[in-house]
Ligand binder design. Structure first.
Ligand SMILES: Nc1nc2c(c(=O)[nH]1)N[C@H]1C(S)=C(S)[C@@H](COP(=O)(O)O)O[C@H]1N2
Ligand SMILES: [Mo]
Length: 319
């Protein structure tokens, strides 16, 4: 792998996909001057209103994995987004013309600050960070995805939930005209998800607004979606229009559909099998046909950061 020296790196290259892995390797090589130059000062989030537009002012994160990221093609052609169809390549084909602007996000429930915000205003107070995360789907496949996002903990703090807020609930846009998959009742629309307040304020949880240094593709949940890397992929709700601070455990789409198979917590756990298949191993998308499945890690490898959230909880009952 080619590693560039600081002088070789032009600003225009900083978020380019080709140099992505080189840049990460470079940052990890530990050049203090170089790393801080690339990370930059804390910029306020600015997300342009264009498809595949580069994001400016993205800093790097210590939480990123060193594993090789999946290709842009893997990440944008193999998706679950039932609003655009149930086959893995349906979102890639059916979400292309979806218009994700204008977009607004409503924050409501038990919080001192609430309201409905234009997407651009919603993310403005927060810093954009690149987080290269391992992602594990409940269907036993995985990818490594270089997200760009804002800290969910920062968002929660910003809206000042009251002591009555025990959970954060999320909802996807419900618009069967724009989301063709919603014309069929494969799920009880809108798609819903939820986290405990402790989970939502864990530093690993983010709201992603980009991938590979660019705005989020529609099939990955434009303009804003949840990313919780220690949980199965279905917790990562896409196309978010509502965030609610609630006192009771929110109903969540997959748990509503099949409660025996999908719980509220959905923590990645190789020791608790899905009723119909093992969760001990996973297939890394893009690894090639002859690469054996790899072992799934407890909390998807993020136990150091999140295991304490579940102290004393029976993970076989609370799956
Ligand atoms: N609104 C909505 N969000 C969703 C889904 C969905 O069908 N609808 N699928 C989930 C599932 S099962 C997975 S694995 C991830 C996939 O995210 P990705 O396509 O960006 O990899 O999105 C999650 N978020
Ligand atoms: Mo999934």
């Amino acid at each position: 792998m080619l590693i560039k020296k600081p002088a070789d790196i032009r600003t225009s290259e900083i978020t380019s996909q080709d140099n992505y892995l080189n840049r990460r390797a470079f940052i990890r090589a530990g050049s203090i001057a170089g790393a801080s130059m690339l990370a930059g000062p804390a910029f306020s989030a600015m997300v342009p209103d264009k498809r595949r537009a580069k994001l400016a002012g993205v800093s790097s994160s210590d939480f990123s994995t060193d594993e090789a990221a999946n290709s842009y093609e893997d990440i944008t052609t193999y998706n679950n987004y039932y609003e655009f169809g149930t086959a893995k390549d349906d979102p890639y084909h059916n979400a292309t013309d979806f218009e994700s602007r204008p977009w607004s996000v409503t924050v409501d429930g038990h919080a001192d600050k609430t309201g409905t915000f234009h997407f651009e205003d919603f993310i403005k107070p927060f810093d954009l960070e690149e987080r290269i995360y391992r992602m594990r789907c409940v269907e036993a496949w995985s990818m490594v995805i270089p997200w760009v996002g804002i800290s969910l903990a920062d968002v929660v703090k910003h809206y000042q939930p009251t002591s009555q807020a025990k959970y954060v609930a999320f909802e996807t846009l419900h618009d069967p005209v724009r989301m063709s998959g919603q014309r069929r009742r494969v799920l009880d629309w809108p798609y819903r998800e939820g986290l405990t307040i402790a989970e939502a304020t864990n530093p690993l949880a983010i709201l992603a607004v980009g991938v590979y240094g660019e705005t989020l593709p529609n099939q990955n949940g434009a303009p804003i979606r949840l990313v919780v890397p220690w949980k199965y992929g279905f917790k990562g709700i896409k196309g978010i229009v509502r965030i609610s601070f609630v006192d009771k455990k929110p109903r969540t789409s997959w748990n509503m559909a099949t409660p025996r198979e999908y719980g509220f917590y959905a923590n990645v756990n190789p020791e608790v099998d899905h009723p119909r298949w093992s969760q001990a191993r996973e297939r890394r998308i893009g690894a090639g046909l002859f690469t054996p499945k790899q072992a799934t890690l407890m909390y998807n490898g993020y136990g150091e950061q999140v295991a304490h959230l579940y102290d004393g909880l029976d993970l076989h009952k609370n799956f």
